[in-house]
Ligand binder design. Structure first.
Ligand SMILES: [Zn+2]
Length: 458
């Protein structure tokens, strides 16, 4: 039986000094008790120990785009400095937008195969654990080979992600996304062919072959109302069973306009009418909503996953997160395209966005931001006992130093407003030590990323 002694621990209603967490052989917490000093054999965790942090929205392969999509000239008309060096990638210009970024993402997706994706995802997931994330929801839509050809194992890409998570030491919920159309009423083309199972039945049959296991659960996803026709939505909901169901919602105004034009309803209303909104549903982004949309999501108890650094990077806008919380939505956080993977930056980004649009501070209390990172994120990923330091919860722990240049002097209750991923000292997942003293058990994660990203673009 493993014991972890915490200088301070974030318990459900308070921060306690001197807490002993005993793990059970099954990877859950067996007992939480007071201990003024570390008992013999217990591992000492410095600073403040938070429950595991859930990254509720990830596309692992997008990490290979980090620092490679910003070629807009300072002034309209000026050439980007390095555009000529990279003729194979889209030349970005003043019209750079979510949609031009998507073309770069498609070019990247076209290059991946199961082996390359496993190498890349292993390094990406290792980066996530190093940053303090203990659980990740992988919104997975890159299912098939070039042109949509099936791999010998039709779940080869899912298997690659599962193996990557195992090697990197992160808890994974694989959200297998149904993707059938390239836009509302449009066929899939080009790289999108790799995303599509062609029918809901074929998607459900393939995704249904994945079985839960240690540190691994499955869930379902509707890619978006752009990629699943209204008539197919109830079938996806039925096939998802009692598992988590995630969906990209109203990230960009163009999605709303297309949905209104085709169906006379907003995407949120369309999902509600299809029976897709409920307590096991998580909508991602929820940026451009009407007042009625907010009420629909809140009354259904839908979790809203904000991805603030991605939403800023992609010029999505700022969603009505305080109004959604007031309407009854639990909130979760994700790093989505992994432009950055810092859990504290996401939490602060959520609060900063609401401050900027309201001209008021204190929109979310620090404890509410931690809840979004922990218990509400875990619940959204199908681990309802997770994100807590309590008996019966998964033994996932994150020790954050309180003596770094960033955190020194802060009140521990407000550490989410001071810390960065660099302040994460130790990470425990399922009772196993994955990060210790700021080092991942895999060793040099930067080197692993350099190799994996380099191979993708080679
Ligand atoms: Zn996404």
């Amino acid at each position: 039986m493993t014991g972890f002694w915490c200088e301070r621990a974030w318990l459900s209603d308070r921060i306690e000094r001197g807490v002993l967490v005993r793990g059970h052989a099954d990877g859950a917490i067996a007992e939480v008790s007071k201990a003024d000093s570390p008992p013999a054999g217990a591992r000492r965790l410095p600073g403040l120990v938070l429950p595991g942090l859930a990254n509720a929205h990830s596309h692992a392969f997008h990490r290979a785009l980090r620092g490679r999509t910003h070629r807009v000239a300072a002034r309209s008309g000026e050439p980007a400095l390095d555009a000529a060096d990279r003729p194979e990638e889209p030349a970005f210009g003043p019209a750079d937008s979510f949609w031009t970024w998507r073309e770069a993402m498609y070019a990247l997706a076209a290059r991946l195969d199961p082996d390359g994706y496993r190498r890349l995802a292993t390094a990406v997931y290792a980066e996530l654990v190093l940053a303090g994330w203990t659980c990740v929801g992988e919104f997975h839509y890159l299912h098939h080979g070039p042109g949509g050809a099936r791999y010998d194992d039709p779940n080869a890409m899912s298997a690659a992600l599962r193996q990557a998570a195992r090697d990197a030491g992160i808890r994974l919920t694989l959200l297998d996304a149904c993707y059938l159309t390239g836009g509302i009423g449009e066929p899939v083309t080009g790289t999108q062919l790799r995303f599509s199972d062609r029918t809901v039945d074929a998607w459900a049959a393939r995704a249904g072959k994945l079985a839960d296991g240690p540190l691994f659960r499955t869930g379902a996803a509707i890619h978006s109302v752009r990629a699943v026709p209204a008539g197919a939505l109830p079938d996806v909901v039925a096939a998802s069973g009692g598992r988590p169901l995630h969906v990209h919602l109203s990230e960009q105004p163009a999605e709303n306009q297309a949905c209104l034009a085709a169906y006379g309803r907003t995407p949120a209303r369309l999902l509600r009418d299809a029976g897709a909104l409920g307590p096991r549903t998580t909508v991602v982004h929820a940026t451009h909503l009407t007042g009625e949309d907010v009420e629909l999501l809140g009354s259904a108890g839908v979790t809203v996953c904000a991805c603030p650094t991605t939403e800023a990077d992609l010029a999505d806008g700022i969603g009505p997160m305080r109004a959604l919380a007031d309407a009854g939505c639990p909130l979760a956080l994700g790093t989505d395209q992994h432009a950055t993977v810092d859990p504290f930056a996401e939490a602060r980004g959520l609060e900063a966005g609401q401050r900027l649009v309201s001209l008021r501070r204190g929109r979310f209390a620090p404890a509410r931001l931690v809840r979004a990172l922990t218990a509400d994120g875990y619940a959204a990923l199908g681990w309802p006992a997770g994100g807590r330091i309590a008996a019966g919860a998964p033994c996932d722990l994150v020790a954050v130093r309180l003596d770094s240049p960033r955190t020194a002097g802060c009140e521990p209750e407000q550490v989410v407003f001071a810390a960065s991923a660099s302040d994460v000292d130790s990470v425990i997942v399922g009772g196993e030590v994955v990060v210790s003293g700021g080092t991942h058990r895999m060793g040099d994660v930067g080197a692993a990323l350099a190799v994996a990203v380099g191979q993708v673009w080679a």
